[in-house]
Design a protein around this ligand. Structure first.
Ligand SMILES: Cc1ncc(C[n+]2csc(CCOP(=O)(O)OP(=O)(O)O)c2C)c(N)n1
Ligand SMILES: [Mg+2]
Length: 345
């Protein structure tokens, strides 16, 4: 039966399902607009700082920034209830911040420090928090899709009413285990939302060059999994579609696919010169579809905030990120004895 749980936006939603379908774009309340703005801006500022630290040589290994895609995780976060899980690939910093993980712990993991979420031993692509229901952080393309399906299985087995939001990219959507997972998830009616973050490229290869069928929302058709294409640059559209998909899963109807049409502004990773697309293409997305700018405009147009209010908010977020960066540079590295802990022998 329906147990009321608190959503991340602070309002209450129930697990019950018999509600009418949400419109494609839900109008946000003032509180929701502010929440979305703050959360997306935190991700943006965090990622900009991570880019700087990488440039200074403070982050080893790979670093994949999420700038441009912020509305996807924030819209989903606003629709979920306590206990719903997230699992994703290596472009994971935004997911962790949306799952309420401490920016200090995330940044310190990037720099390989003791206070990092994986004690400085995992780095950018390998962070977890069971407490916050975040299951990584995976470097193998597509691997998290079968793991997320397993999390959905556990939810069903335990009858906990939760849903696993399993994120993967347009490139990963061509991977074999995705379809094995789809088959089992539908067969066993597992509560999993497959969130395909279509940012148009898998490394340097565009969707058109890599995929014989580019409507990724329909990739579950042969398994009877419903799918929807969503404007992943509009946080309101993301939240509305996510609420619908979450209800579907909580109702025991099985998995659901959401293709979030989005865009990454930076290269695939920090070492990508991005020669496969034009500067104009990136600039057009930035100026015409930026997810944060859209909310900012609505806040100003509705007179819910002044330019000064928003400047103040930005200042607070920058201070929080600066504090995280300071911690990530001053916290000590893990002790050598940690080499032998947290490993399977
Ligand atoms: C099994 C496997 N094959 C190849 C790679 C190398 N690789 C890393 S990211 C990537 C592209 C994936 O693109 P997409 O799924 O669209 O995610 P995005 O990077 O755009 O978020 C590839 C091929 C890998 N990590 N794992
Ligand atoms: Mg991609």
């Amino acid at each position: 039966m329906a147990a009321a749980k608190k959503t991340s936006a602070g309002t209450s939603r129930t697990r019950s399902s018999a509600k009418k379908a949400e419109p494609a774009i839900a109008e946000f309340t003032k509180e929701e607009e502010f929440h979305a703005y703050r959360e997306m801006l935190l991700i943006r500022r965090f990622e900009e700082k991570a880019g700087q630290l990488y440039g200074m040589g403070l982050i080893g290994g790979f670093c994949h920034l999420y700038i441009g895609q912020e509305a996807v995780v924030v819209g989903m976060q606003m629709a979920k209830i306590d206990g719903d899980q997230m699992i994703t690939a290596y472009r994971d910093h935004g997911h962790m911040l949306a799952m309420d993980l401490d920016p200090k712990g995330v940044m310190a993991e990037l720099t390989g420090r003791r206070g990092g979420l994986s004690k400085g031993k995992g780095g950018s692509m390998h962070m977890f928090s069971k407490e916050k229901h975040f299951y990584g952080g995976h470097g193998i393309v597509g691997a998290q899709v079968s793991l997320g399906t397993g999390l959905g299985f556990a939810n069903k087995y335990r009858e906990n009413g939760n849903v696993c939001m399993t994120f993967f990219g347009d490139g990963a959507s061509n991977q074999g285990q995705v379809y094995e997972s789809f088959n089992m998830a539908e067969l066993w009616k597992l509560p999993v939302i497959y969130v395909i973050e279509n940012n148009k490229y898998g490394m340097g290869t565009s969707v058109e060059r890599s995929s014989s069928m580019t409507d990724l929302s329909q990739r579950g058709a042969s398994f009877n999994i419903p799918g929807e294409k969503v404007d992943g640059m509009d946080v309101r559209a993301v939240m509305a579609a996510s609420k619908k998909a979450l209800e579907w899963c909580r109702d025991g109807k099985g998995p659901y696919i959401l293709e979030m049409v989005t865009y990454r502004y930076r290269g695939h990773s920090m070492s990508d010169p991005a020669k496969y697309r034009s500067k104009d293409e990136v600039q057009k997305m930035r100026t015409e579809h930026d997810p944060i700018e859209q909310v900012r405009k609505r806040l100003l147009d509705n007179k819910w905030a002044t330019e000064d209010d928003l400047k103040g908010l930005d200042k607070d977020i920058r201070a929080r990120v600066a504090e995280a960066a300071e911690f990530a540079q001053t916290d000590p590295e893990p002790d050598a004895s940690e080499l032998y802990t947290d490993i399977l022998l």
